[in-house]
Design a protein around this ligand. Structure first.
Ligand code: NAD
Length: 467
C-alpha cells in the first residue's frame, strides 16, 4: 500500500500573495522560451508515470474509481496530452502570416504572434480530479503562462497527490497547487489574473464569471451537462443500450458529458429495456455492488442529492434502484418518466441514473430535447444517417457523439467545450494551447516604403479622392 500525502487547506496568507509571486515570474520572461515549456512538460510526464500508483490509490479512495478507469481517463489521458503537446508545440507557437494579403501589404510582414496570456488561475472539479486539473495546466504550461491550480476539495486525495507532483516536478516559481474550498477559492478570485479556467457546475460558474468581469479577466467555463440521448425507431437497441449503459456506469455516472435522459421512440422502449437488462448482467455478472469495476459516489452530500432525485421521482424504476449510503453505492438505475418537470429530467443527475422518456416520433424527441435544455454539453443520437443528420441540424450542443455516449470527448485532438449555459471556450489538442494564448497581431513598416505612404498624411487637399 502506497503512502498518500496529506490534504491540507492552504492558509489565506499564502493564498493572498500567490498571484503576485507568479506574475513576477511571468514578467521575468522565464516561461517564454519554448524549450523551458518543453522541459516542464517532460518533467510532468515523468512525474505522472513515477506516481502512477499514488494517483490510482488516490482516485480509488476519493471515488472508488476502478484502476482501469483511472488509467484510461486520468493517467494515460494526461500523459497522451503531454506527448501531443511535445510533438506539436513548436508548430503551434510559431508565428502565422496574415492570410490572403494583397501584394502591397506583404511589405509590412503582417503576422500573428502567439503570446502567453500571463498568469492563470485553474479551478478543477472532483469527478475526474487529475484530468480536469492537469489537462488545463498542460495547456497553460504549453502556452507559456505561469499558473496556480486549485483542485476540487471534494477529491482530497487526488488534490494532495497533484500538489506533490507539481511541487516535485515543476518550477515552483511558475506553477503551484493550492488547496481549499469556497473561502480559499474566493480569496484567489479576489486577486487579478490574466486568465481563469474553471470546470464545474453552472451555479459556481456564474459566480466565477461575475468575479472575473470585475477585472475584465478572460474566462473559460467548462460547465454542467443535462445532455439528451435520442433513440429512433431505426436504431440498434443492443448497441444503444450497451453504449449508453457504459456512458452512465463509467465513474458511476459522475461524468459531465454523460446522457442525463434518453428520449426513445415508443416502438423501441421494450427492446431497449430488454437489452439494457442483458447488458447490465454482462457488465456486472455478480451485480454492480460486488464488482471491482464500478465506482462510488464521491461523498455523502452528493449521495443524498442523487438519492433525493430517485426518492422524489414521479417515474417508475424499471431496473436497479438499490443504494447503500455507508458504501456510497448507487446501483445503475433505469427510470421510466413521463413528466418533463421531473427533477430527473430538468436537473443534472451526475450519478448512475438513466431516465427514459417514450416519444411518438423523432420530431417530438427533438422538440423535447430543445425544450429541456437547448444548449447542452453533449448530444447522443442513435438511428440511421438521415435521422441523425436531422437531430444535429435541429439542435445545439457543445459536442455530439453519433451512435455513442460522449465518444467525441475522448478524442485528444478534438477541441472540447460547451455552448451557451454548458460553457464557453474549449480546450484539448491545439485548443489547449490557444485557450491560454493571445493572438497578437504584428506589422513592421520598413523605412524605404515612406514615399509610398505619403498619401496617408495630411494635408489631404491635393490628394486623390479629396478633389
Ligand atoms: P462545483 O462547481 O461544486 O466545484 C468546482 C470547483 O469550484 C471546485 O474546485 C470548488 O472548490 C469550487 N467552488 C465551489 N463553490 C464555489 C464558490 N461558491 N466560489 C468559488 N469556488 C467554488 O462542481 P463539482 O461538484 O466539482 O463538479 C460537478 C459539476 O461540474 C457538474 O455540474 C458537472 O457537469 C460539471 N463538470 C463539467 C465538466 C466540463 O468539462 N464541462 C467536467 C466535469 C464536471
Amino acid at each position: 500500500m502506497v503512502e498518500l500525502p496529506p490534504f491540507e487547506h492552504t492558509s489565506l496568507d499564502t493564498l493572498a500573495t500567490v498571484g503576485d509571486t507568479l506574475r513576477a515570474s511571468f514578467l521575468s520572461h522565464k516561461t517564454r522560451p519554448i524549450e523551458f515549456r518543453l522541459v516542464q512538460l517532460r518533467k510532468l510526464y515523468w512525474a505522472l508515470k513515477d506516481n502512477a500508483e499514488l494517483i490510482t490509490e488516490a482516485c480509488k479512495l476519493d471515488l472508488g474509481k476502478p484502476s482501469f478507469e483511472t488509467y484510461l481517463t486520468e493517467l494515460s489521458w494526461c500523459m497522451n496530452d503531454i506527448i501531443f503537446m511535445q510533438k506539436n508545440l513548436a508548430r503551434f507557437a510559431a508565428d502565422e502570416s496574415a492570410p490572403d494579403i494583397s501584394f502591397s501589404n506583404k511589405f509590412f510582414a503582417p503576422k500573428i504572434r502567439k503570446d502567453p496570456l500571463g498568469t492563470a488561475l485553474i479551478i478543477g472539479a472532483f469527478n475526474f480530479p487529475i484530468q480536469l486539473s492537469l489537462g488545463p495546466l498542460i495547456g497553460a504550461i504549453s502556452a507559456g503562462c505561469t499558473a496556480v491550480l486549485k483542485p476540487s476539495e471534494a477529491s482530497p486525495h487526488a488534490a494532495a497527490v497533484m500538489q506533490k507532483i507539481v511541487a516535485e516536478s515543476l518550477d515552483p516559481s511558475c506553477y503551484t497547487v493550492l488547496q481549499g474550498a469556497v473561502p480559499e477559492t474566493s480569496a484567489l478570485l479576489d486577486q487579478k489574473w490574466d486568465k481563469i479556467f474553471y470546470t464545474g457546475s453552472a451555479n459556481v460558474g456564474t459566480i466565477i464569471a461575475k468575479k472575473a468581469a470585475e477585472t475584465l479577466t478572460p474566462v473559460t467555463l467548462e460547465l454542467g451537462g443535462r445532455n439528451p440521448a435520442i433513440i429512433t425507431k431505426h436504431a440498434d437497441p443492443r448497441l444503444a443500450a450497451r453504449r449508453l449503459l457504459w456512458a452512465k456506469t463509467l465513474n458511476a455516472g459522475q461524468v459531465c458529458v454523460s446522457q442525463n435522459f434518453t428520449l426513445i421512440d415508443k416502438e423501441m422502449v421494450d427492446p431497449f429495456l430488454r437489452e439494457m437488462k442483458i447488458c447490465l448482467s454482462e457488465f456486472y455478472p455478480e451485480g454492480a455492488r460486488k464488482s471491482p469495476d464500478y465506482a462510488r459516489i464521491v461523498n455523502a452530500r452528493q449521495f443524498q442529492r442523487v438519492k433525493k432525485m430517485l426518492d422524489e421521482t414521479s417515474g417508475n424504476i424499471v431496473l436497479g434502484g438499490t443504494m447503500d449510503e455507508a458504501d456510497l453505492f448507487i446501483e445503475p438505475t433505469v427510470v421510466q418518466v413521463t413528466d418533463l418537470n421531473d427533477s430527473l429530467i430538468k436537473d443534472e443527475s451526475f450519478g448512475p441514473l438513466l431516465p427514459i422518456i417514450a416519444v411518438d416520433d423523432l420530431d417530438e424527441a427533438i422538440k423535447i430535447a430543445n425544450q429541456v435544455h437547448d444548449t447542452p454539453l453533449g448530444l447522443y443520437p442513435f438511428g440511421n444517417k438521415a435521422e441523425v443528420d436531422k437531430v444535429i441540424a435541429q439542435t445545439r450542443s457543445g459536442g455530439v457523439s453519433i451512435n455513442d455516449g460522449y465518444f467525441h470527448a475522448s478524442i485528444p485532438t478534438l477541441a472540447f467545450g460547451g455552448v451557451g449555459t454548458s460553457g464557453s471556450g474549449a480546450y484539448r489538442g491545439k485548443a489547449s494551447f490557444e485557450v491560454f494564448s493571445h493572438r497578437r497581431s504584428v506589422t513592421s513598416t520598413p523605412a524605404w516604403i515612406e514615399s509610398m505612404l505619403d498619401a496617408r498624411y495630411p494635408p489631404y487637399t491635393l490628394k486623390k479622392g479629396n478633389q
